[in-house]
Design a protein around this ligand. Structure first.
Ligand code: GSF
Length: 212
């Protein structure tokens, strides 16, 4: 099994954390989907990562499909409950966390546009989504040890990835001050090897000259 992705994509990180938690062997193929020569569109017509390539060369996307497939692949460390209500609660957390990511990525892309083309109202609208979503996460988490109660699930993975991405790309936004309970869970998650081993960072430039 092969995972195609980048070191900065939070959606790829979600899939990598699930692979690590489930102890599933895979090869990781680094691809920048924004590169003009990227081969990602050959694997996913939408041109987005992550893509999971199976043994028969069929491909799976997007991250929500990939993580659900992986969870059912092995009974070890179940991340998505089988009970319908419990499963939907986990998937709702995932939708909320992924929605934070969609908005956070949209802000990054908007800020990269030349200043004359950049839309401040668009940035504001996306930041408001993030603020509202974090307030709901904080309310729903309350003082529970994990997002959905007493056990670690995919909800916690999606949650930790979303907050980790805010630290990576929106470091000046101090969500910890506003939501102490989110900060506490994020700190607990960051200690897991699956999270520590996948902290987002830029890949070294391919054409970087070796230091003398
Ligand atoms: C989102 C994937 C995505 O936006 C999922 O897998 O859950 N709903 C999808 N991937 C971005 C990289 S990132 O921002 O994580 C991507 O591949 N963008 C390339 C493009 O052309 O949009």
């Amino acid at each position: 099994m092969k995972l195609i992705g980048s070191l900065t994509s939070p959606f790829v990180r979600k899939a990598r954390i699930v692979l690590a938690e489930k102890k599933i062997e895979y090869t990781f193929e680094l691809e920048n989907p924004w590169d003009a020569k990227s081969r990602v569109p050959d694997a996913n017509p939408l041109g987005k990562v992550p893509v999971l390539v199976l043994e028969d060369d069929s491909t799976l996307f997007d991250s929500r499909v990939i993580v659900e497939f992986l969870d059912r692949l092995s009974p070890l460390n179940k991340l998505i409950p089988t009970d319908n209500r419990e499963k939907i609660e986990v998937k709702r957390w995932e939708a909320l966390a992924d929605g934070v990511l969609d908005a956070a990525v949209a802000v990054v892309l908007e800020r990269r546009r030349p200043s004359k083309q950049r839309s401040e109202p668009t940035i504001k609208r996306q930041l408001e989504k993030i603020e509202r979503a974090l307030a709901v996460m904080s309310r729903d988490l309350g003082d529970k040890p994990w997002c959905t109660g007493n056990s670690f699930t995919l909800a916690d993975i999606a949650f930790g990835v979303a907050l980790g991405y805010l630290d990576f790309r929106h470091g000046s936004y101090d969500w910890r001050v506003l939501h102490a309970n989110l900060a506490k869970l994020a700190a607990k998650l960051a200690e897991r090897p699956s999270f520590a081993d996948t902290v987002p960072h830029e890949a070294p430039a391919a054409d970087a000259k070796p230091k003398k």
